[in-house]
Design a protein around this ligand. Structure first.
Ligand code: 6PG
Length: 245
């Protein structure tokens, strides 16, 4: 009997999902020992904005917890930081500005730079800012993922599942993706595998097949690869894969 490597929390709708995810993140930071930083990587996608709005309301009332956060990204589009497609811009609007979050603790991908240079720069930042595992892979406290209809997570798409993305000492890659805008920067699989926690916030129509495949024992999607590589992955979804909470 293969062990189950995930837990799925099913919510009635995106609003409940985003609110609960924000509360659970807040509670996870609350239990940290004094002054311990919380290194988190965020993802984009339609659930990200409502989730971050809810999180800003919680962290905004708790300056002591807010100052523990170091913000990174699971992926970013190769655009400038104020471009409407930028995940960083979405974070600024929905979290940083409402709580006056300092730029000094936001470690964004420089999407405006040459992608290869930006990828190498972020990989260096991760190695300096984060603890490393025995294989030299940066360890996040928590990585938030979304999932697309094709089972992609971060900007790891089915069309870029070459072995070099799977096991690499580069940790950050530039990819050309099927989801617009195509030029993206993404954490690689080994960083997703090494994270203490991975929470996938999965919302939206048309994803049930990919989600069911990803949690199945023989899934071949990018998300399936993450689940199979980790001891545990938390899934928070509004897709009725079992009873709603
Ligand atoms: C991005 C994301 C990407 C996203 C999924 C889900 O920058 O686009 O990081 O991985 O989370 O594509 O997006 P939707 O929830 O909008 O379908």
């Amino acid at each position: 009997m293969k062990e189950v490597r995930y837990r799925a929390q099913v919510f009635k709708n995106p609003a409940y999902l985003g609110s609960s995810a924000a509360r659970q993140w807040f509670e996870a930071v609350k239990v940290l020992k004094d002054n311990q930083p919380f290194n988190v990587a965020l993802s984009g996608g339609r659930i990200a904005a409502p989730f971050l709005q809810e999180a800003s309301a919680l962290f905004g009332k708790s300056p002591d917890l807010l100052k523990r956060l170091n913000i990174f990204w699971a992926d970013e589009r190769c655009v400038g930081p104020e471009h409407p497609d930028s995940n960083h811009a979405m974070f600024q609007e929905n979290f940083a500005n409402p709580v006056s979050f300092p730029d000094s603790r936001v470690f964004r991908f420089r999407g405006e730079d040459d992608p290869d240079k930006a990828a190498k720069s972020m990989a260096s930042t991760l190695k300096v800012k984060l603890p490393l595992n025995s294989r030299g892979v940066p360890i996040f406290d928590l990585i938030f993922l979304g999932m697309g209809e094709d089972g992609h997570v971060a900007s790891l798409f089915p069309e870029n599942m070459a072995e070099d993305l799977m096991r690499s000492d580069r940790h950050v890659f530039q990819v050309v993706a099927s989801k617009p805008p195509p030029q993206r920067l993404t954490l690689s699989y080994d960083v997703l595998e090494a994270s203490k926690h991975v929470w996938a916030l999965i919302s939206g129509a048309g994803k049930e097949t990919a989600l069911r495949e990803s949690i199945g024992h023989h899934g071949q999607t990018p998300f399936a690869r993450v689940i199979q590589a980790r001891v545990h992955t938390e899934i928070l979804t509004d897709i009725a894969i079992h009873d709603s909470v």
